[in-house]
Design a protein around this ligand. Structure first.
Ligand code: TA6
Length: 301
């Protein structure tokens, strides 16, 4: 499979497919503007570092392991066709199945400014249709350069409308969680998931001093992670998304999870996820498509 992938989609010196020790295929991208790695299972971006940055912008746990059918801790997991727990089936995987099933490459190419573009499509199966019996295509188009652009495209090819929840659940690399702030969500309502679920309103910028797990609703805002330790800001712009999820597990939850890179990997990551969750779930009418787009860039302070 690796040989065919390189023959059909490889780009000499820029895009190369390799087999991980788990047997999973990984795309390695390296161009004049930046580098990235992506596991084909789940169309899971695992790392991204623009040339202008000494430190990766997308975080991957030191404990991250690739395994067939398992999610990877870090990177930009694709949460689809639901976000969080399934509404009725507790046995269904949290955040949907998209991130743990095979995807296939459908296109690769060079962007106009030397970026690298890769398009993948989820491979439906009896297993996925048991959990999601709708006729549809799910594509991820990713463009790697000095900025990172991801487009998550849901196409309803069936005769019935359906409703999805989704997120690009991106883990950003930061210097230390106690030295960052997030702006852009001032005045937004959010569901606070720590200690139950209560609706609150954001007052000012967000700073962190404990487990934080919030679903901001009805917001189209660009968020900025200001990192005083790494002396940079990360801009998280989006379209086709009305929810933004902000999450740090903090020490107790991180220790329970066990794959956050002990002892303090949790201090060096922050999730700012562009989503459509809770009351912002999206109805995709028969014969139409819905696209969630994110664009990330890092700016030195
Ligand atoms: O997006 C935040 C969240 O829903 C948290 O509640 C936490 O569960 C996190 O996602 C990680 O979920 P995962 O299934 O990847 O362990």
């Amino acid at each position: 499979m690796i040989r065919e992938l390189n023959a059909q989609f490889g780009i000499e010196g820029e895009l190369d497919f390799v087999e991980d020790e788990s047997g999973l295929a990984v795309a390695k991208i390296d161009n004049a503007q930046g580098s990235a790695t992506l596991c084909l299972q789940g169309a899971h971006l695992m790392s991204w570092q623009p040339r202008s940055q000494k430190t990766p912008v997308v975080w991957l746990s030191r404990d991250a392991k690739l395994a067939v059918g398992k999610s990877i801790r870090g990177g930009a997991p694709v949460c689809w066709p639901w976000f969080g727990a399934h509404a009725t089936e507790s046995a269904f995987p949290g955040h949907g199945f998209a991130r743990t099933v095979p995807w296939r490459v459908i296109e690769s190419g060079k962007g106009i400014d030397g970026e690298t573009r890769l398009a993948l499509r989820l491979v439906a199966s009896d297993k996925t249709r048991e959990q999601w019996p709708h006729a549809c295509n799910l594509d991820l188009v990713i463009t790697i350069g000095e900025t990172l652009r991801m487009e998550l495209i849901t196409e309803n090819t069936g005769s019935d409308d359906f409703v999805i929840g989704e997120a690009l659940h991106t883990y950003f690399q930061i210097g230390d969680i106690s030295e960052v702030s997030v702006s852009g969500l001032e005045g937004c309502e959010y569901w606070d998931k720590v200690g139950g679920s209560s609706l609150r309103k954001q007052n000012g910028e967000i700073r962190f001093s404990g487990e934080t797990d919030r679903v901001y609703i009805n917001t189209v805002s660009e968020c900025v992670i200001r990192d005083e330790k790494l002396m940079r800001s990360i801009h998280v712009a989006k379209s086709g998304s009305l929810s933004t999820v902000v999450w740090t597990p903090w020490i107790d939850k991180a220790n329970k999870m066990g794959d956050m890179g002990q002892p303090d990997g949790w201090r060096e990551m922050l999730c700012v996820e562009s989503a459509n969750a809770l009351e912002n779930q999206v109805k995709v009418a028969s014969g139409t498509r819905h696209t969630l787009i994110v664009e990330y860039r890092a700016v030195s302070l």
